[in-house]
Design a protein around this ligand. Structure first.
Ligand code: HEM
Length: 147
């Protein structure tokens, strides 16, 4: 699924916003952030940042898929760049899940551009989630070396 944010932004701009959102999140998570308002903003920023991150992983994955299914063959240099980007993004991804972003509710309509689809199980078994992200991160360069 592709969000509106994804469609509206160029990859470079998306990456800058993502880095900015992650930096803001890191600042916002400092002990100074104590009010309810700040906590809500931090949760919104984290959800926004991880959606952009996932969308960007998806864009890079699409590029790889196009490359591996095309008659022109695989451009290994370009392919490695996409795989490296996905690896780095998967490394940052699990850190964008503070407890306040556990907002799953059954049978509620969500805005795909803003709301989270993350399962509550993710927060109760964070170690498993973290391991899956790390697994994907390690798999990327290895998968490409087999092309
Ligand atoms: C190449 C591999 C992957 C692709 C192409 C991919 C793609 C996507 C896309 C398109 C979304 C929707 C983003 C949006 O709402 O706009 C998403 C969300 C999500 N993905 Fe992935 N994903 C990948 C790997 C993973 C891995 C390894 C994990 C777990 C460790 C993961 C966990 C999630 C979670 C939890 C969400 C929901 C985030 C939220 O709504 O708050 N994904 N993914």
């Amino acid at each position: 699924m592709v969000s509106v944010t994804h469609l509206l932004m160029r990859p470079g701009r998306r990456m800058s916003i993502m880095i900015g959102a992650i930096a803001l999140l890191a600042v916002g998570m400092s002990p100074m952030a104590s009010s309810q308002d700040q906590s809500t903003t931090i949760a919104k920023d984290a959800i926004f940042a991880r959606k952009i991150l996932m969308d960007t992983i998806n864009t890079n994955m699409d590029e790889l898929e196009t490359m591996t299914t095309s008659d022109k063959g695989v451009n290994l240099t370009e392919g490695r760049e996409h795989a490296d980007l996905i690896s780095v993004m998967l490394m940052a991804f699990p850190h964008l899940f503070p407890a306040s972003t556990n907002q799953w509710k059954p049978n509620v309509e969500r805005d795909p551009g803003r709301d989270t689809y993350a399962s509550p199980d993710l927060f109760t078994n964070y170690a498993d989630f973290y391991a899956r992200a790390a697994g994907g991160m390690r798999l990327m360069p290895r998968a490409l070396s087999q092309v």
